[in-house]
Design a protein around this ligand. Structure first.
Ligand SMILES: Cc1ncc(C[n+]2csc(CCOP(=O)(O)OP(=O)(O)O)c2C)c(N)n1
Ligand SMILES: [Mg+2]
Length: 371
């Protein structure tokens, strides 16, 4: 089944290629270097995702949220950003983090439960991963508004999921962005599922894109498994934001091909048939066919890219696994820019405990029960 056939039929849906990689309209005429970059990031993202799942299964990584099947939505949108634009992620945007220069080893560290993974290297214009669903939305709107007031001329790309659109934070952030004309693009990766809750149970709206209209800005409905369509739609929206035309909402219609996280078993709530059907609409497969028809893709080229990706992945795993244990004190250090008196006290107790010193019980009780 084609992606179009799964959608409300009376809605405008932006797509450049069908599931077999054939053009559905005019060729968008993107540069060959960009097309190759798109394929590289999608392939690298897919292989890195696969490695992360394997590491989790081997007990070398904590719970991990896979991106397989969503590479076009992530790569198309992140490549559409300028270097000065800012990224607000949710938690399932592996390819986007890497495109924005967050090394894979940081992502591995984060999912190993090591806070050092969530400290972006200097100069990175990306906020850390937001696990509490949609909490990034109002912050992204406010941040974009601040950038507008400071006349910095940049825009913000804020990711969230279909499930995230049911949160109050989503509506507050959208409303704020609309009223203040904040230069922000909200990109909903509608992957059809929020853990085991299907898109149908999330909203009675025909599309998520139409919610933009309600807040006074454009809602764009795009094939999220079509990397060129996502790229073009996001670029237009970011450019409009930077020209002072305000926010946009993009719904990238895609599919979470694997489990919600490695702690989940999707077989309990969706059919094999559904999963098989989406295998056929896989974004990497589609784009490969398009590039092959164009004479850009060869097996030898993909083999080279695969080797390059495997090499990078191996180095990242080695870096993440050899970083050494955390200092226990570190758990207090990144909560506030300045440690609160309570935390300072607790850190003091911890230091004493580490030195093997006795701690007066009363003092500990009064100050909140540590250790
Ligand atoms: C405020 C909040 N409520 C619940 C959760 C538990 N939770 C984690 S992911 C998730 C579903 C999110 O679905 P969606 O927004 O569609 O993103 P996806 O997981 O599909 O990428 C839930 C309920 C959470 N992290 N934060
Ligand atoms: Mg979802």
């Amino acid at each position: 089944m084609e992606i179009r056939e799964c959608l409300p039929q009376d809605c405008e849906f932006y797509q450049t290629i069908d599931k077999d990689g054939n053009l559905v309209g005019e060729d968008p005429g993107l540069d060959e270097a960009l097309l190759k970059d798109m394929f590289w990031w999608m392939l690298y993202g897919r292989l890195a995702d696969d490695k992360a799942i394997k590491l989790q299964r081997q007990g070398r990584l904590g719970t991990y949220a896979p991106s397989t099947g969503q590479e076009a939505a992530q790569v198309g949108s992140a490549l559409a950003m300028d270097r000065d634009d800012w990224l607000f992620p949710a938690f399932r945007e592996l390819s986007s983090y890497m495109i924005r220069d967050l090394p894979f080893e940081n992502i591995l560290l984060y999912f190993m439960g090591d806070p050092r993974g969530n400290i972006p290297p200097a100069g990175i214009k990306s906020f850390p991963i937001f696990v509490p669903v949609s909490t990034q939305v109002p912050i992204a709107a406010g941040f974009a508004w601040a950038k507008k007031l400071q006349k910095e001329g940049c825009a913000v790309l804020c990711y969230l999921g279909d499930g995230g659109t049911s949160e109050g934070d989503f509506h507050e952030g959208m409303n704020f962005a609309g009223v203040f004309g904040a230069p922000v693009v909200f990109l909903v990766q509608n992957n059809q599922w929020a853990i085991s809750v299907s898109r149908k149970r999330q909203t009675a709206s025909r599309t998520i894109a139409q919610k933009g209209e309600a807040y006074g800005f454009p809602g764009i409905y795009v094939d999220g498994n079509d990397v060129m369509a996502v790229y073009i739609a996001t670029k237009r929206a970011l450019d409009a934001a930077k020209k002072g035309e305000g926010p946009s909402l993009i719904e990238a219609f895609t599919y979470r091909r694997l489990m919600h996280t490695t702690a989940d078993d999707p077989k309990r709530y969706r059919t094999d048939e559904e999963q098989k059907d989406w295998e056929d609409k896989d974004p990497l497969k589609r784009f490969r066919l398009y590039l092959k028809n164009k004479g850009v893709w060869t097996q030898a080229w993909e083999d080279d890219l695969t080797l390059k990706a495997q090499d990078l992945i191996k180095t990242s795993v080695e870096k993440a696994e050899s970083i050494g244990n955390l200092r226990p004190e570190e758990m207090f250090e990144h909560i506030y820019s300045e440690m609160t008196p309570d935390l300072k006290d607790q850190l003091g107790y911890l230091k004493k405990a580490l030195e093997g010193k006795e701690i007066e019980e009363d003092a500990v009780e009064l100050k909140g029960g540590f250790p």
